[in-house]
Ligand binder design. Structure first.
Ligand code: ACO
Length: 402
């Protein structure tokens, strides 16, 4: 047991809050979230309105610069981003060095960090505002290219260069799925669903990856390195990796005969480490407003593209059982955004291993906005305290006497 009085005598008061469940790390004006009532707003604008009316780059501008852009501002922003979609030819060789089965999140995190070596001016903490904007635009422009190429590389397919007459989401889908030998057409339903998905993922205040980006940036590490750390944090199955884990879970249930009740019982069994992936949220305790929007988008896409998917039937059954079961109800475990995003990505033809990459594409503007805010607030370096529970002082023992 921890001797609290002895500790206080030594260190003064320390708040011990594993997982920072109730510790604020900053003041922020970016995203408002009310978990009890299922409210999410970016810079004051309800997520429902943005998802319905805005483009992803418009939302990116809003998050990063604080206001919705005028037509002229959006045009400039878009054309600057379009100018930077190519990545340095030398970076293509990096892809070839990875094994074909490399997880694209590992590739993406490394590639984003590598961008800092091609743009060393980003290392200067005293950069001008224009230089900083250039770094932001480069990141937004190059992430889709790097993401699509990490997939092409895994498939050992030729890389498709960005087509700059295409809009952001369309261009990404083109680089992912087009082949040099074939005509490529994208269904507008797919582009619009992707636009919505990216908007819904664009920020979520002080989650694990955003906090990582802020804390890495607080040491004055450059933006590319900080975003690369955010991508790594997002990779975990308890965070962005959950969308991949959802589909893998649905496949497992399907291959096991589709007995949903059996898997729900497993999730409730405290002796069994299995959890229902895509259920529960640290902050939303009634419903996740993003899940409501995405559920509808998911139904639309499946209907318009005429997709019949046995995984979806299992998902629907799971959703129903979990929403009616006392275990889930009493713990406020509702389907979260990842539950439906996994299904919709699958319907759009995105391979499972790329799901978390899609999340990263969406979250990028939020990470940038969080980093920018942390710098402009002049926040100190992030450095939590601890309660030491290890050995008390002891003398070194020579190796032959151990
Ligand atoms: N399946 C079964 N039981 C669960 C689940 C689940 N998915 N989630 C939580 N529980 C149970 C816990 O066992 C615990 O039960 P107890 O009170 O009897 O001990 C209770 O619900 C509270 O769970 P915590 O782990 O304390 O909740 P926390 O807020 O720390 O975790 C989290 C939230 C990580 C999202 C959790 O619900 C989970 O692991 N969900 C599955 C993974 C997932 O979908 N992650 C995506 C999150 S959304 C995002 O990152 C975009």
């Amino acid at each position: 047991a921890i001797d609290i009085s002895a500790l206080r005598a030594k260190t003064g008061y320390i708040t011990l809050d594993f997982g920072y469940k109730n510790t604020g790390s900053t003041k922020s004006a970016i995203t408002y979230l009310d978990g009890e009532n299922g409210v999410l707003r970016y810079r004051g604008y309800p997520i429902e309105q943005l998802a319905e009316k805005a483009s992803f780059l418009e939302v990116a501008y809003l998050l990063i610069y604080g206001e919705l852009p005028t037509k002229a501002q959006l045009d400039n922003f878009q054309s600057s981003i379009t100018k930077h979609t190519l990545v340095h030819e030398d970076m293509k060789q990096f892809f070839e060095a990875y094994p074909a089965k490399a997880h694209p999140m590992g590739v993406l995190a490394s590639m984003v960090c590598s961008l800092s070596t091609f743009y060393p001016e980003s290392l200067n903490p005293n950069r001008s505002e224009a230089e900083f904007d250039l770094t932001i635009h480069r990141l937004l422009a190059k992430l889709p290219t790097l993401a699509a190429w990490s997939y092409k590389n895994a498939m050992r397919h030729p890389f498709m260069y960005p087509k700059n007459n295409m809009e952001y989401c369309e261009n990404f889908l083109y680089m992912m799925f087009a082949m040099p030998t074939e005509e490529y057409h994208i269904d507008p339903v797919v582009i619009s669903a992707l636009n919505k998905l990216l908007i819904l993922h664009a920020d979520h205040e002080q989650n694990c990856s955003a906090s990582t980006v802020r804390i890495v940036g607080s040491s004055q590490a450059n933006l590319y390195a900080s975003i690369s750390a955010g991508i790594s944090a997002l990779w975990g199955p308890l965070h962005g990796g959950a969308n991949q884990a959802v589909i893998e879970m649905l496949e497992k249930i399907h291959n096991d005969g589709g007995d949903v009740d059996k898997w729900v019982a497993k999730a409730k069994d405290k002796e069994d480490p299995f959890r229902l992936m895509g259920f529960g949220h640290r902050v939303y305790k009634n419903f996740d407003p993003r899940a409501t929007i995405i559920k509808k988008a998911c139904d639309d896409v499946l209907e318009k593209l005429g997709i019949v998917d046995p995984m979806l039937d299992i998902a629907k059954k799971l959703e129903k059982v979990a929403l009616e079961d006392d275990y889930f109800k009493s713990r406020n475990l509702y389907p979260n955004v990842d539950f439906y995003s996994g299904i919709i990505y699958r319907a759009l033809g995105i391979p499972t291993e790329m799901f978390t990459v899609m999340f990263a594409l969406g979250r990028l503007p939020g990470w940038i906005a969080q980093w920018k805010e942390m710098i402009s607030n002049g926040e100190p370096i992030g450095r939590p305290r601890q309660v030491y529970v290890g050995a008390t002082e002891r003398d070194y023992v020579d190796i032959e006497k151990r």
